[in-house]
Design a protein. Structure first.
Length: 407
């Protein structure tokens, strides 16, 4: 008997389901424990504050920071804005140059674009055909007026990992502040801010089985102390860096999510890698002319980004939409027909970029689901190809493989 539920969810880079253990801890905060964590003079305030501080400690322990180095925000978009604008505005007299990369999340790239309009200079480092950075290029792009390097830990489309520890060393050596967007990395990859020389780090609960609308920013306090200009003015919550009443239920769910990741990550990453490889091999054995985008080794264990030549990713995803939840390119770009800027940066030809599908596996996926997805995708790609006049033409031109025929 199959225990599968439909649609099978393989879009965990867009958002992850909330783990029931986190949900259980959140519930009282919606009911009897509804207090404002900033209320100083009664039990409900103290109880809320206690829950917030417990969550802060769990998050700090996951990334190897001190508790007072964690700032709660509404998510990684806000954390990226606070880190990058916060440094840029605070250190403006020291310099106006920022280094980032063309494959960063929109919340980093668009923030940098805004800063360019304000007189900052931004270097957008390229990546190679596998999506990897050249560390010599990182080094040589640092100038006397560079104040910030912002490079992500794991890419949200192709899952490619940047060598964060190496970049941390380069930044430290040059005396430049180093920010990393670790939103996609934290659930599967061990990140230690001290060991890796990270000064600022963004993360988000809903990408690691916590609730939506809550995230965090790690801000280094010693060697050196990083200062930020806040985005919001008000009550001075979160050490003056993020005013506004704290989202106590969200923070509690986030804290529990971090505790679970801490306990289960090593085993879970192995399980996800074996599911991902099963999926990749199944698709590659079942179909010709499929290509993996991005480096296969330096990659999140749960990511597979693949081009299926001669079909449109949109048609493929529409064909299976009742059974499988997937993304083509970047989720936030899905409303546009533009192929993904990340795939473009890798030099994936436009005709192939249009055929790309992102599979992102998660905690609740099973082997049975992976096998179903392989079968269903193989069938659907074959069906679409058989209906495609272009595929028909190419097949006739190349024909079936012919043995060499000497004349
Ligand atoms: C999802 C995501 C974000 C944005 O996070 P929100 O919490 O949804 O604002 C930022 N960076 C990366 C790499 C992401 O995957």
């Amino acid at each position: 008997m199959s225990g599968m539920k439909f649609p099978i969810y393989m879009d965990n880079h867009a958002t992850t389901p909330l783990d029931a253990r986190g949900f259980e801890e959140m519930l009282p905060c919606f009911k009897e424990d509804f207090g404002n964590a900033a209320s100083r003079f009664h039990l409900l305030g103290w109880r809320a504050e206690e829950k917030v501080e417990k969550a802060r400690a769990r998050i700090a322990s996951l990334i190897g920071s001190a508790e007072n180095e964690i700032i709660f925000t509404s998510g990684a978009t806000e954390s990226n804005n606070l880190a990058i604008k916060g440094v840029a505005w605070k250190y403006r007299e020291r310099g106006n140059h920022i280094i980032t990369c063309v494959t960063e999340h929109k919340s980093v790239l668009d923030t940098c674009r805004v800063l360019e309009k304000q007189g900052f200079e931004v270097t957008y480092l390229p990546v190679d055909s596998k999506g990897l950075l050249n560390l010599d290029q990182v080094r040589s792009s640092i100038r006397g007026n560079t104040i910030l390097i912002s490079l992500m830990a794991a890419n949200n489309e192709i899952g490619v990992l940047h060598p964060i520890g190496e970049i941390g060393k380069i930044a430290k050596h040059a005396g430049v502040i180093f920010h990393t967007d670790a939103t996609q990395a934290l659930a599967e990859i061990a990140i230690h801010v001290e060991e890796m020389g990270i000064d600022l780090m963004s993360f988000s609960a809903h990408k690691m089985y916590g609730p939506k609308g809550v995230g965090g920013l790690y801000v280094r306090r010693h060697n050196p102390r990083i200062k930020l200009m806040p985005l919001l003015d008000g009550g001075g919550h979160e050490y003056g860096l993020r005013s506004g009443t704290l989202n106590v239920p969200g923070i509690v769910g986030f804290g529990k999510a971090c505790e679970i990741v801490c306990a289960e990550r090593t085993e879970e990453a192995k399980r996800l890698l074996s599911l991902r490889e099963r999926l990749r091999k199944g698709l590659m054995n079942g179909l010709t002319e499929v290509y993996v985008n991005g480096d296969l080794e330096k990659r999140l264990p749960n990511n597979l980004n693949m081009s299926f030549a001669y079909i449109e990713a949109e048609s493929l995803l529409m064909g299976v939409r009742d059974e499988i939840a997937l993304s083509s390119g970047a989720a936030c770009m899905s409303a546009l027909v533009e192929p993904s800027y990340v795939l473009k940066a890798l030099g994936v030809p436009e005709r192939l970029a249009h055929t790309s599908v992102r599979f992102s596996l998660g905690r609740f996926n099973t082997e049975e689901e992976v096998d179903y997805v392989i079968r269903r995708m193989v069938d659907e790609v074959r069906r679409l190809r058989d209906a495609s006049p272009i595929y028909e033409m190419v097949k006739q031109e190349t024909g079936p493989p012919v043995p060499p025929h000497p004349h």
